[in-house]
Design a protein around this ligand. Structure first.
Ligand code: ADP
Ligand code: TZD
Length: 569
């Protein structure tokens, strides 16, 4: 290849970039510094999109959500020790949620780190990453970069996806090697996420169980959304006429206004179902671990999941289907005999009745016009603007802001709702918004509690710098959960849950050239949001919500331990 110039050299920096490009990885989310500054610069020069953040946690969250949306690992680039650790929360969160991402971090000199001789930003990063990552690798020789990236890609996307850590010491990045052998060391990963075909008998067992059910229910989780088997999942649900419930990030996989959705009769559906089919959803805390009284003790479960060890984790699974969801649903459809699965008419009738009753109650709540606004009146206005814009991504975090938005805002397209996920973590807001806007080019609306926003708020500069079509709506009720608590000690300091109600968040974005809006009634909120979406430019709407609105911990107050002793005087 280099016959004319046998001594041609390349280096670790270039090899990382070539290995990424060879595998279709075209975007890096990161923060630069020693020893990765030149890596970002060269990547940009070679045609990789580099998005520079203000904090690694947001870069990592952007990479994770990019992975979720594209089924390719999102790449987060960090500097040694503190930058690495800042990214770790996002990497751990990606692993917990099953999002494929790779955190590539520069690191210090191994010889010095291992003898703890005090290098600049010294930390044994690979070992620190292990408990939080699906896999962790270190490349110690430049000729292993291709293999390192290949292993990281496979680990991130195969089986249950997750976060992978890849350690690149400074010396490996800057090391030179001859271009010919370097080129030969690169690996193009073939079939990075191989299909996992379920056994035919597991499919038959699942269909038999459903055929004997009177009150069947299908639960769609974010694994189902991730699998991108949208048309087949819809066909299976419609052909069997089984009612379905979407978990938060599976909303929109079938439209929320689909006649078979029983989201508005959730508790009743869970408690009464006799056969439950979980498609890419775990029986974790979000589903009460599958236990009664939330679920019937007599209910039997079918679970479709790519991870075999997920079965029986919380409740016995009568019909486990271990497979990737696309292959599993295709197999179910192929073996489905018309008319064999038939939910009882009484079950469908009861669900329809509850659904209608609850929908009516919700309509009344949304129509109320309290002054100041509460979460419902504000969300009613937002729902009105978003109703005919199914392509808009919705990022959502907070407590009441999360729970009530999930219930109020219907989703009409798959993978458009991105939220706190399995951990209920705060801080994903701006990272997810940026990641979604970058990979999709579509507008994003981030509905944020005022506390939640603070965790990643500085990234509005990133949003403005890259001119992304992101509108941030802050539900400002002046506190974590609520804004009306008082210092029980009687001192001048605010109570632990209190934030500045009078904060003019909209002025933050104006500092970076974005559009700031203040809204204190549904009309002004409607106008501001419509305006922001039409402009497709960075905007922030500071939305004044009653400090008395909401409850402590939102809808999961039952998990919030409170002292049984009377407060001391
Ligand atoms: P939710 O929070 O929406 O209930 P979870 O994150 O608890 O969803 O569950 C998602 C599940 O989907 C995980 O157990 C994961 O192993 C599984 N999963 C992810 N992708 C696939 C896929 N392509 N095929 C099968 N299962 C998948
Ligand atoms: N830190 C992290 C990383 N994640 C968390 N979930 C929390 C702290 C604790 N926490 C919640 O669980 S919700 C929340 C915090 C701090 C913020 C709630 O206040 P908000 O939303 O203003 O964002 P609402 O709508 O006013 O309830």
């Amino acid at each position: 290849m280099n016959e004319r110039n046998p001594a041609a050299l390349t280096d670790g920096f270039h090899l990382v970039i070539e290995a990424m490009q060879l595998n279709g990885l075209d975007t890096i989310f990161g923060v630069v510094g020693i020893p990765v500054t030149d890596l970002a610069r060269l990547a940009q020069a070679q045609g990789i999109r580099y998005i520079g953040f203000r904090h690694e946690q947001s870069a990592g969250n952007a990479a994770a959500i990019a992975g979720y949306l594209t089924q390719k690992p999102g790449i987060c680039l960090t500097v040694s020790a503190p930058g690495f650790l800042n990214g770790m929360v996002a990497l751990a969160n990606a692993t917990v949620n099953g999002f494929p991402m790779i955190q590539i971090s520069g690191s210090s000199d191994r010889a010095i780190v291992d003898l703890q001789q005090g290098d600049y930003e010294e930390l044994d990063q690979m070992n620190a990453a292990k408990p939080f990552a699906k896999a962790a690798y270190r490349v110690n020789r430049p000729e292993d970069i291709g293999t390192g990236i290949a292993r990281a890609i496979r680990a991130a996307v195969s089986g249950r996806p997750g976060g992978v850590y890849l350690d690149l010491p400074a010396g490996v990045l800057s090391a030179t090697l001859d271009a010919d052998s370097a080129a030969r060391s690169l690996v193009r990963v073939v079939d990075a996420a191989p299909r996992r075909i379920p056994a035919a008998e597991s499919i038959q067992r699942a269909l038999d169980l459903l055929a004997g059910a009177e009150r069947p229910l299908i639960l769609l989780g974010k694994g189902a959304a991730y699998s991108q088997a949208d048309a087949d999942i819809r066909a299976f649900i419609e052909q069997t006429a089984i009612p379905f419930l979407p978990m938060s990030m599976a909303k929109g996989l079938l439209p929320d206004d689909h006649p078979q959705s029983v989201a508005a009769a959730r508790s009743y559906a869970l408690a009464q179902a006799d056969v439950v089919m979980l498609i890419g959803a775990r029986l974790n805390w979000l589903l009460g671990h599958g236990r009664s009284p939330q679920w019937s003790a007599a209910a039997r479960f079918i679970q479709i999941d790519i991870e075999p060890t997920e079965m029986d984790s919380n409740r016995p699974i009568t019909a486990p289907v271990v497979g990737d969801i696309a292959s599993s649903i295709a197999a179910l459809l192929a073996m489905l005999k018309p008319g064999r699965i038939k939910p009882a008419a009484a079950w469908l009738g009861e669900l329809a009745q509850r659904r209608q009753h609850n929908a009516q109650r919700m309509k009344e709540r949304l129509a109320a016009r309290p002054d100041p606004m509460d979460f419902y009146s504000a969300l009613g206005a937002i729902a009105g603007v978003l109703a005919d814009k199914p392509d808009v991504y919705l990022v959502n975090e907070g407590a009441n802001t999360l729970d009530i938005t999930r219930n109020v805002i219907d989703m009409r397209a798959p993978r458009k709702r991105l939220d706190c996920g399995t951990w209920g973590v705060m801080g994903i807001g701006m990272g997810y918004a940026i990641g979604a806007a970058v990979v999709s080019g579509q507008p994003v609306v981030a509905i944020e509690g005022d506390s939640a926003f603070g965790f990643s708020g500085m990234e509005i500069e990133t949003i403005c710098r890259y001119r992304l079509p992101v509108t941030v709506v802050i539900f400002n009720n002046g506190g974590v959960y609520r804004g009306d608590d008082v210092n029980r000690g009687g001192g001048a300091d605010p109570a632990p849950t209190v934030l500045m109600k009078e904060a003019r968040y909209e002025k933050l974005i104006e500092a970076f050239g974005g559009a700031g809006h203040y809204a204190d009634d549904p009309q002004s909120l409607t106008a501001a949001l419509a305006d922001a979406l039409a402009a497709r430019k960075p905007a922030l709407i500071n939305c004044a919500i009653d400090p008395r609105a909401g409850t402590e911990s939102g809808h999961i107050g039952n998990l919030n331990p409170q002292s049984a002793l009377a407060p001391k005087k």
